[in-house]
Ligand binder design. Sequence first.
Ligand code: DQA
Length: 147
Amino acid sequence: MNILLLNGPNLNLLGEREPDVYGTMTLVRLVKAATAHAKKKGAVVRARQSNHEGELIDLLHAHRKWADGVVFNPGAYTHYSYALRDAVAAVAAPTIEVHLSDVTKREPFRRVSVIEPVCAGRCYGKGLRSYLDAIEILVLLSPGRRP
Ligand code: DQA
């Protein structure tokens, strides 16, 4: 199966950005680890990152026929981007929303996700493990795995 691993704004600064909240792993290392994990599960990953809402929408559109599933960390757009929510809803492949931090235990504005209702699942608060869990969920959801 094919998985689009999409990271939103400020996630390019992982490793140096608020390490007490997001850890010290860089995005490059995170993508490598997620790609290796997916490979073990028989999945191929295309990883993309953008700081721009419209570009994230374009990436979802561009990969919609290739991807069998999407692992998406929309960053702060999670909390207010109806345009991204619509883009996720427009893509047939299931999307799993991921977050490194536990967004349910931080500032009140982070407890709201406008993306969650159009996602097949949500993994948060476990750093890299959130991404690995999301990949595993997509593999389990893939048509070949259904009874
Ligand atoms: C985040 C949580 C968001 O609230 C925040 O804006 C981010 C990162 C996370 O991975 O924990 O940029 O998505």
